[in-house]
Design a protein around this ligand. Structure first.
Ligand SMILES: C[S@@+](CC[C@H](N)C(=O)[O-])C[C@H]1O[C@@H](n2cnc3c(N)ncnc32)[C@H](O)[C@@H]1O
Length: 209
């Protein structure tokens, strides 16, 4: 994904009380950060934050952590959050490649929404459902493993089915056209709104292990 570099984005993002600058500190003790024992759900590639912010509003008894590598997108989330009081939401600016150093057996659900597809074979390692990432996720799970994914990209969708099932995940739920299936309680992401408005089918899949 190409992004405009926004001047001062890093400083603005790090100033927000939603943002955890040194997430390694909480590894294994994120419940202390939230000061409760509620389940913790994370989203990798939260972008401008529509999905995770709406989740945090709708489900106050779940703790949410959004992750993204670019300050230039996180600044939009931080600005939206200025007017909201959501003690059950934190944001970590980081590359998900480091995820094993941040969580230790404490995550109950992982959302991957409209992840970058990295279509070239030589970039397979960067896909967030590649075996490399699935191995990293092994150490984040509290008990059951639950990955929830939405995408408009057929290739990434098919790739993820193969990659996750080869790794031992099973498919709990699948939709080849989310908007035709009209699911209850769907919270759309920014990309989802853009692509569904253009008439593209949205694929959704839930993997469990
Ligand atoms: C295509 S955008 C989708 C944004 C949002 N989930 C949505 O559906 O509107 C993908 C996002 O994933 C982030 N991303 C990609 N690879 C990442 C990684 N390795 N670690 C953290 N964030 C990543 C990008 O910065 C970008 O914001």
């Amino acid at each position: 994904m190409r992004l405009k570099n926004i001047k001062g984005a890093k400083e603005t993002v790090l100033k927000s009380h939603y943002v955890i600058e040194n997430p390694n500190f909480f590894c294994g003790k994120w419940n202390q950060c939230f000061q409760n024992e509620n389940p913790i759900y994370i989203e990798i590639g939260m972008g401008k934050g529509r999905f995770i912010i709406e989740n945090a509003i709708r489900y106050p008894n779940i703790n949410f952590i959004g992750i993204d590598v670019y300050y230039s997108v996180l600044i939009k989330a931080v600005k939206t959050l200025e007017t909201l009081n959501l003690p059950n939401l934190k944001i970590i600016p980081m590359d998900a490649r480091e995820i094993e150093q941040i969580f230790d057996h404490e995550i109950e659900r992982l959302y991957l929404n409209f992840s970058d597809p990295w279509p070239k074979n030589r970039h397979e390692k960067r896909r967030l459902t590649s075996e490399i990432f699935l191995k990293k996720y092994d150490s984040i799970w509290k008990k059951d493993k639950w990955i929830s994914m939405k995408t408009d990209n057929r290739h990434l969708f098919e790739y993820s089915i193969l990659s996750c099932t080869n790794y031992g995940y099973h498919i709990k739920e699948i939709s080849l056209n989310l908007y035709e299936d009209n699911p209850e309680n769907n919270i759309p992401t920014e990309y989802e709104i853009k692509f569904s408005n253009k008439g593209f089918p949205i694929y959704k899949i839930e993997f469990k292990k």
